[in-house]
Design a protein around this ligand. Structure first.
Ligand code: DHE
Length: 530
């Protein structure tokens, strides 16, 4: 017979010994409850090979709470169970129980014990340069007008399509990094385009040779990037870590990392970074401190006045302290959704609680409050002339309206009632109309409305597919056609005649989100984003 020493017996059957000690009546054998799954071990066995052992992501995306903010837990569980079509993510239903899957979901939505670090060395080590691509000639390998190309981001299977904007046909399609977000940014000649993924990957792509030039991972959770108007610099804004990363636009070599913090040392996430071309600077929206940063890339920028890295006095007209040094404008509230006037001297900024202000970057202070009501989505803004005045129009994330503001006295000109709450607004200098979606509204997310810029009245609408989400418009170079994204897995780019609002054709795409026309972006058309 097996002899179990007394102490070992107690530790093997603690419940029994306790029961015996307190109650002499014999007990039945305990029902074995399965041990709780060891999520960390499961992660290392099944996930780490693709998502990395620190969850920062490798071939698969990062699995940290910040990166998963947009994925519902039940969808994360379904992805583990069933895999993801058209990706390398396999189904684990055969290997993992429901309890294992739920434990893994809890695990990846929990912050890691050690805060994630992404050092200069990590950035440098991640960089991949296609040396052959650096030597390619400055000549398109296709016959389409290189200035009228469209770049379409297809979120459904993480691809990018390149369209000929005259024939309105795809000429190329390639796999992108996982979850691109924000507008890709073009060099002034339209040859190169830079993409940012939510996981921090920056890709430089040669549109004339249809090839990737270089890639680097600038952060773990990235917001967007800006390219300097002289084509020399790329600035990346991150949530995680709380940094701005300056890269050489030629080959994405790391030039500088800025820790983003205020004078008291409070670190801030970066909401977004923009290229202010006429000011030869990057302008940065911060999420956690009430400041705007401006970083000049003008080689002639000199420290003219007493300004230094941080000069916290408002309204003293302190000039930029030389190139690549942040110049700080202190605000009375945190503004993190921006629109710029065409000179880029004035920033219209909105806070997440619906406050909106105009800041003049030359004098570094607020020059007006914007009384708009609702919650303007200034990032969707466009500019046009109305009754001889430059005005700006924006959607609203809380109210079913498009708001129009006079850009001279900053007064509201009109609230145009629309179907529902919208996200994107788009026009073109050569069309009399602006197009707005209602993608935030479950009832109207399938319909875009068309507003006359002269009368500010809704004059038409299009419904590419009843019940399916359609959003985001971009015009061809001549403003004659409007391209709309039918943002479903079996979606399409639907092309409309911009004068008659009649459908011209549809190009099948996998959940297309944004599309970007080289000409409209590089000439900074007032009807589109930059
Ligand atoms: Fe975006 C641009 C922020 C959710 C699709 N989005 C931007 C920009 C910012 C921003 C600051 C401008 C940067 C640029 O282009 O360089 N977006 C945010 C958010 O804070 C928000 C609300 C929440 C978040 O998770 O980040 C958000 N955005 C979304 C979406 O859910 C969208 C519809 C789908 C997606 O891909 O994630 C979405 N955002 C876009 C697109 C642009 C964009 C297509 C570029 C618009 C353009 O025409 O320039």
């Amino acid at each position: 017979t097996l002899k179990i020493p007394y102490l070992a017996a107690i530790s093997l059957f603690p419940a029994m010994t306790t029961a015996w000690a307190s109650d002499p009546t014999p007990v039945t054998a305990p029902v074995a409850t399965p041990p709780a799954p060891d999520a960390s071990a499961l992660y290392q066995t099944h996930c780490a090979a693709c998502h990395s052992d620190d969850r920062f992501g490798m071939m698969g995306p990062a699995l940290l709470p910040e990166n998963l903010e947009r994925l519902k837990r039940k969808d994360a569980a379904a992805t583990i169970r069933d895999g993801r079509v058209a990706t390398q993510m396999p189904a684990f239903a055969d290997q993992l129980s429901e309890a294992d899957i739920n434990a893994l979901v809890d695990f990846i939505y929990t912050p890691p014990a050690k805060p994630p670090l992404w050092t200069d060395q990590d950035i440098t080590a991640s960089r991949v340069v296609n040396a052959d691509a650096l030597k390619l000639p400055a000549k398109p390998v296709f016959s389409a007008d290189p200035k009228n190309l469209f770049v379409v981001v297809e979120a459904g299977d993480h691809h990018v399509s390149v369209l000929d904007g005259d024939k309105l046909e795809p000429i190329h399609r390639f796999a992108s990094r996982y979850a691109l977000h924000g507008g890709p940014k073009f060099t002034a000649d339209g040859r190169f385009v830079y993409f940012a993924s939510r996981d921090g990957w920056i890709t430089k792509y040669d549109l004339w040779n249809l090839t990737v030039v270089a890639e680097v991972r600038a952060g773990i959770n990235t917001r967007n990037l800006a390219v300097s108007s002289d084509g020399k610099w790329v600035m990346v804004g991150n949530y995680l870590p709380k940094t701005l990363v300056l890269l050489d636009a030629k080959d994405l070599a790391l030039k500088r990392v800025y820790d983003v913090k205020d004078e008291a040392g409070t670190l801030s996430r970066v909401s977004a970074v923009y290229d202010a071309a006429p000011r030869q600077s990057f302008v940065v929206a911060l999420k956690d401190v009430p400041q705007i940063w401006e970083i000049s890339y003008d080689p002639k920028a000199e420290p003219i006045y007493k300004g230094y890295v941080h000069d916290y006095k408002m309204g003293e007209g302190v000039a930029a302290p030389g190139p690549f040094t942040p110049r700080v404008t202190v605000l009375d509230t945190t503004l993190d959704d921006f629109y710029f006037d065409p000179s880029y001297n004035r920033v219209l900024g909105a806070s997440r609680d619906g406050k909106a202000e105009v800041i003049d970057l030359r004098v570094r202070r607020k020059i007006a409050d914007l009384d708009l009501g609702g919650m303007p989505h200034l990032g969707s803004g466009i500019t046009f002339d109305y009754q001889g005045h430059p005005v700006m129009a924006t959607t609203d994330l809380k109210a079913a309206k498009v708001t129009v503001i006079d850009m001279q006295d900053w007064k509201k000109v009109a609230d145009i009632p629309v179907n529902g709450t919208g996200f994107f607004l788009r026009s073109h200098d050569k069309t009399p109309y602006m197009w707005v979606d209602s993608m935030m509204d479950p009832k109207f997310r399938d319909t875009l409305q068309i507003i006359d810029k002269t009368t500010l009245k809704v004059v038409g609408s299009v419904t590419p597919a009843p019940g399916k989400t359609s959003a985001h418009v971009e015009f061809t170079r001549d403003g004659k056609y409007a391209l709309v994204s039918l943002s479903e897995k079996d979606g399409a780019i639907v092309v409309y005649d911009a004068a008659t609002f009649k459908e011209v054709k549809r190009l099948p795409m996998v959940k297309p989100v944004g599309k970007y026309n080289v000409w409209n972006k590089t000439t900074r058309d007032r009807g589109t984003s930059h």
